[in-house]
Write a protein of this length. Structure first.
Length: 70
């Protein structure tokens, strides 16, 4: 399963990650950048360290799990 992670910095300088499952691919960096700007402008999310104040980065993460038979 793939996940889009939007990573921000909060008022305390700590990282805050918002994860979205099954992103549309290929991802559009311009749209992600605009969405992250809007999240900050609208103060859409709050964290234990205060408001989100800056964008760090965004990434697509793919996780594969293989079950080992015992």
């Amino acid at each position: 399963m793939k996940t889009l992670e939007l990573r921000f910095e909060n008022e305390e300088g700590k990282n805050v990650t918002i994860s979205l499952d099954n992103p549309v691919e290929p991802v559009d960096p311009a749209e992600i950048n605009a969405a992250m700007d809007e999240i900050i402008a609208q103060n859409a999310f709050d964290s234990s360290g205060g408001e989100l104040v800056a964008k760090k980065d965004a990434r697509v993460v793919e996780r594969n799990v293989t079950v080992i038979e015992l």
